[in-house]
Each structure stands twice: as structure tokens, then as C-alpha cells.
Design a protein around this ligand. Structure first.
Ligand SMILES: NC(=O)c1ccc[n+]([C@@H]2O[C@H](COP(=O)([O-])OP(=O)(O)OC[C@H]3O[C@@H](n4cnc5c(N)ncnc54)[C@H](OP(=O)(O)O)[C@@H]3O)[C@@H](O)[C@H]2O)c1
Length: 315
């Protein structure tokens, strides 16, 4: 069993630097496991958390880090799929966040339906020809989405807009077209429409980078129903001023939103990794929570829209 207390990198005050501290090691409840954290990937939303309280608001002190890998230390009541010693990876529950489910500390709680280890089989593959435009396709989320969309869902016509340094990787992910995001707006629009087979064929857009809706609406068909999915908050009413038939929503990559599919997703993900259907993202590493200055520096980079490749901390 682990010691009763552990080191943690805390947010004591929103807008201030993360600091090293101690906290109790939690115990897993039903459908939870306690993991010894081996890696936690710092992500842009951790910077928004430190600087603006995203996800946790006034629940202070807080611990950041929601993408976690580790070794199961203890399984809670009713958990049969995971046992002590299993190596697992997963995400914490950002829908109902608690600092126990956080990775910038030595031990973290994860839900048994939000983690995976290595086994299981891949889903069946339907085929879909309809174009799907991915804006911000240089982001990690877009690359993962492209792989799952092409190789699990079977979408065939992904049109990716990204810096051309991503072309080889996006083509490996089976994007059919890669368009330079640094071209002029008019050039991007005409290239996307040409790749889609006409302006009236662009009815599905995923935007992984923009903080406004206009890059997507400029591309979107006008006179039939369409769908815009974003990773940042989107105002559907404003979108509909330009595209009245467009249904626009932010997706939240939380396990709660996977609903009944959550457990199946986490069973399948390890196999998708083994088979190369999805690839781990590029990353750098940092050993030890005591390098809290480097952790804060990375969060500063994210806040400025930089900091790539992302940082994984080994607590
Ligand atoms: N809603 C959710 O649940 C959710 C989940 C995960 C992430 N997010 C948010 O989604 C964003 C992406 O996350 P991530 O982890 O995938 O990021 P990431 O991999 O760190 O994104 C880095 C890449 O973004 C691209 N980029 C930067 N500025 C851009 C711009 N103005 N236009 C287009 N591309 C730009 C760059 O690609 P190139 O220069 O190489 O093209 C850069 O390499 C972040 O803001 C994150 O907080 C939201």
C-alpha cells in the first residue's frame, strides 16, 4: 500500500503559478481504481485551468492534469476488469471534476470505465464518402479524430487544413487532402470546395483550433442542413446568422459524453494503439514534480498558443 500522503503540484489561487505541496492519498470507491501515476500529459486546458479556473472554478486548492497513465495500486469495490499491478491509461472525469482525479500528483483516482489496458478487438468499418473538413488539423485532437474517423468509422474524404509540416502524418492517418492553413482565406476556401467536389458538398466541419466560428461558416454550404463541431465554445445563434441551417456545438471530450460507449471505447483504444490505427502524439518529458517552474513555463506557453510538442510529466 502507498504511504498516506503524496506530493502534488497545486493550484492554490486561480491566475497564480502552480506550487508543490502535499495531500492525502485517496481511496477508490465503487467503479474506481487508485493508480500510481507514471505519466501525466499537460494540455492547453490545464493552462486555462491555472489561469481562469476552467472546469474547477472556485474548488481550490486544485490539482491539474487529466490525461493520466499509471499502475493500478488498488481497485475499488465492484471493479473486476482491473487489478493491482495492471498498467493503465485514461482520462479523469472533467464533467464532475475532483482533485483526486488529477495527474500532477503521485497517486490518482480514475474511473474503471475511463481507462484501458492492452487487449480487445477492433470495431467494424462502415464506409462513408461524404466530405468532412477538419480545420486546425495540425492539433493532436484533429490527428486522433482523423485516424478514428478514417479507420474506425470508415470516412473516406477527410479534407485537412493544417501547416504543411503535418502532411505526411495526416496522409498516414488517411486524410485524402491536406491544404495549407497559411494560404489566403480565399485560397483555402476554393481549395476546400474543389477537394469536396463543390461548395454545396461541405456540410460537416470539425474545427479544432479556432476561437470564432467564421473560418468554418465561410466554407459551409448555405441552403441545406449542416453540422459544425468545435473544441472551443461556439455561439450557435451567431453561426445561424450566417448559416441558418447549421447546427453548431462544442464537443467535450469527457468520458461522460461517451455515455454507454465509454467502456467499449477504453477497451478498444489500447488495441487501436497496438495496431497503429491511432498513434501516440509527439511529446517531451519532464521527470519530477519538483520541477514546478518548468511546469509553469509550459502552462505559460500553452496560454500563449505555443508549447508544442506537449509535455508529459513523470510525477
Ligand atoms: N472541447 C474539448 O473537450 C477539448 C479537448 C481537447 C482539446 N481542446 C482544445 O482544443 C485545442 C487543441 O488541443 P490539442 O491538444 O489538440 O492542441 P495541440 O495539439 O497542442 O495543438 C497544437 C497545434 O495547433 C495548431 N494551431 C495553433 N494555432 C492554430 C491556428 N490559429 N489555426 C489552426 N491551427 C492552429 C498548430 O498546428 P500547425 O501549425 O502544425 O497546423 C499546432 O501545432 C486546445 O485549445 C485545447 O484546449 C478541447
Amino acid at each position: 500500500m502507498p504511504a498516506r500522503t503524496q506530493n502534488a503540484a497545486y493550484v492554490y489561487e486561480v491566475g497564480k503559478s502552480v506550487q508543490l505541496g502535499e495531500r492525502d492519498i485517496p481511496s477508490p470507491k465503487a467503479n474506481e481504481v487508485l493508480v500510481k501515476v507514471t505519466s501525466v500529459q499537460l494540455l492547453p486546458h490545464d493552462a486555462y485551468g491555472r489561469d481562469k479556473g476552467l472546469f474547477f472554478g472556485e474548488k481550490l486548492p486544485w490539482v491539474l492534469g487529466s490525461s493520466i497513465a499509471g499502475v493500478v495500486e488498488e481497485a475499488g469495490p465492484g471493479v473486476i476488469a482491473f487489478k493491482p499491478g495492471d498498467r493503465v491509461f485514461g482520462i479523469s472525469n472533467l464533467g464532475h471534476p475532483t482533485p483526486d482525479q488529477a495527474g500532477l500528483q503521485q497517486y490518482a483516482i480514475l474511473q474503471a470505465d475511463s481507462i484501458g489496458h492492452t487487449s480487445d478487438h477492433v470495431a467494424a468499418l462502415p464506409n462513408l464518402e461524404e466530405p468532412m473538413v477538419v480545420l486546425g488539423a495540425g492539433t493532436n485532437v484533429a490527428k486522433l479524430f482523423t485516424r478514428l474517423a478514417t479507420q474506425v468509422l470508415g470516412l473516406r474524404n477527410i479534407i485537412a487544413v493544417a501547416d504543411t509540416s503535418n502532411t505526411a502524418e495526416l496522409e498516414r492517418a488517411r486524410a485524402r487532402h491536406v491544404i495549407d492553413r497559411h494560404a489566403t482565406d480565399a485560397s483555402i476556401i476554393s481549395q476546400v470546395h474543389a477537394a469536396a467536389g463543390g461548395a454545396d458538398r461541405v456540410a460537416h466541419i470539425m474545427d479544432c483550433a479556432s476561437w470564432g466560428h467564421s473560418p468554418a461558416t465561410a466554407l459551409m454550404v448555405r441552403d441545406r442542413p449542416s453540422r459544425l463541431v468545435t473544441l472551443h465554445v461556439v455561439n450557435e445563434a451567431q453561426v445561424q446568422v450566417e448559416r441558418p441551417l447549421c447546427h453548431a456545438t462544442i464537443v467535450q471530450c469527457s468520458n461522460a459524453n461517451l455515455g454507454e460507449h465509454a467502456a467499449a471505447f477504453w477497451r478498444k483504444l489500447p488495441r487501436w494503439l497496438e495496431q497503429g490505427i491511432v498513434e501516440p502524439t509527439a511529446f517531451r518529458t519532464l521527470d519530477g514534480l519538483e520541477h514546478v517552474a518548468a511546469i509553469n513555463k509550459q502552462l505559460n506557453e500553452y496560454a500563449a498558443g505555443k508549447g508544442f510538442p506537449q509535455l508529459i510529466v513523470h510525477p
